[in-house]
Design a binder for this molecule. Structure first.
Ligand SMILES: O=C1O[C@H](COP(=O)(O)O)[C@@H](O)[C@H](O)[C@H]1O
Length: 322
């Protein structure tokens, strides 16, 4: 990853950053890391890119960092990128996925990726366009769903259908490497069935295994986030956010329709090697702020419980970050 000369790794500093929209001083200390990047409109050119440690804005106010209200809970394994335009976010996300795909295909001959539904699929749209589509070894991809609605696969609410229409049908992926839920089963049975399939796929090494927990270790999990701070189908205040035994579970009273879903649990999500949290739009801004600042309120947000063994990267557009 390209960093600017402004990278800071040691003791507390005050400095001005080079982003055009930000010129006020920041306090920086070494515990954590936040990256802001700006992207040239043309593919692949990165301008004014910098990473710094423990982002803490000294002038909390109406500015971008002021919305976060002070110290962020970032760590060296957690990065936050904010893009002026959603278009830039989509380009950066495509670069990120391409890079991780190449890395894991080289390392272990496969790339296991778990998708969310919702707006995420739209944010992945660049992958079906040159140059991205031509730079991925699609035959090595193995596609899973972090959560799925218990509806037929051709139903308008199906996360599989969303991904198939927006991504999978447009790339040369092997259908045998696509793992939707069994939509003929009840929610409870579909969750059990999915967990059983994951067990067989770590046995055959399609999915890596976490040396820490023994759980499936996805190369990449792509998460969206609802305005209430939910990720996957793990909703604020719902007992499922505390599930520790199951890898995949079910919900029959989802506050967001449709009510019946299956979902990865936090132990499985957090075993991942990489997690991207992709959030755009002003409806999510309050939850983003609560998630990224240190506060008691944020402890109740499911998104706050995303903490992978590997790396976490937030992709935010300005509307979500302000
Ligand atoms: O219901 C769901 O919502 C979340 C968030 O969706 P978004 O449209 O606000 O991005 C999504 O990540 C999840 O997969 C989906 O089932």
């Amino acid at each position: 990853m390209a960093t600017s000369p402004l990278s800071v790794t040691t003791s507390l500093h005050t400095f001005s950053l080079s982003l055009p929209k930000q010129s006020k001083p920041f306090l920086v200390s070494p515990q954590s890391q936040v990256a802001y990047k700006r992207f040239d409109r043309s593919f692949g050119l990165r301008n004014d890119s910098f990473i710094h440690q423990d982002f803490q804005r000294s002038n909390v106010g109406s500015t971008r960092a002021g919305r976060f209200g002070g110290a962020l809970t970032a760590t060296p394994k957690k990065k936050v990128e904010v893009f002026d335009a959603e278009e830039d976010l989509a380009t950066s996300l495509a670069n990120y996925v391409v890079d991780l795909s190449a890395k894991f295909v080289k390392q272990r001959g496969a790339f296991s990726i778990a998708l969310s539904g919702g707006s995420l699929i739209q944010s992945l749209r660049k992958l079906v366009e040159p140059p991205f589509i031509d730079s991925i070894e699609w035959s090595k991809w193995h596609i899973f769903w972090v959560d799925e609605r218990v509806v037929p696969k051709d139903h308008v609410d199906s996360n599989y259908k969303l991904a198939f229409d927006g991504l999978l049908s447009k790339v040369p992926i092997l259908l045998s490497n696509v793992y939707p839920i069994n939509d003929a089963l009840s929610a409870e049975r579909a969750a059990e069935d999915y967990e059983t399939r994951l067990k067989s796929l770590i046995y055959t090494k399609v999915i890596d295994t976490s040396p820490v927990s023994g759980l499936p270790k996805f190369d990449l999990i792509l998460l969206g986030m609802g305005p209430d701070g939910h990720v996957a189908s793990l909703f604020p205040g719902h007992p499922l956010v505390k599930e520790q035994q199951k890898w995949v579970t079910y919900i029959k009273d989802s506050p967001k329709p449709p009510p019946q879903r299956i979902t990865f649990t936090f132990p499985l999500i957090n075993a991942a090697n990489n997690i991207a949290l992709v959030v755009s739009g002003s409806a999510q801004a309050n939850a983003v702020r609560d998630a990224l600042r240190k506060s008691q309120i944020s402890e109740t947000l499911p998104v706050k419980m995303v903490s992978p063994e590997g790396e976490l990267k937030w992709f935010l557009d300005n509307d979500a970050a302000f």
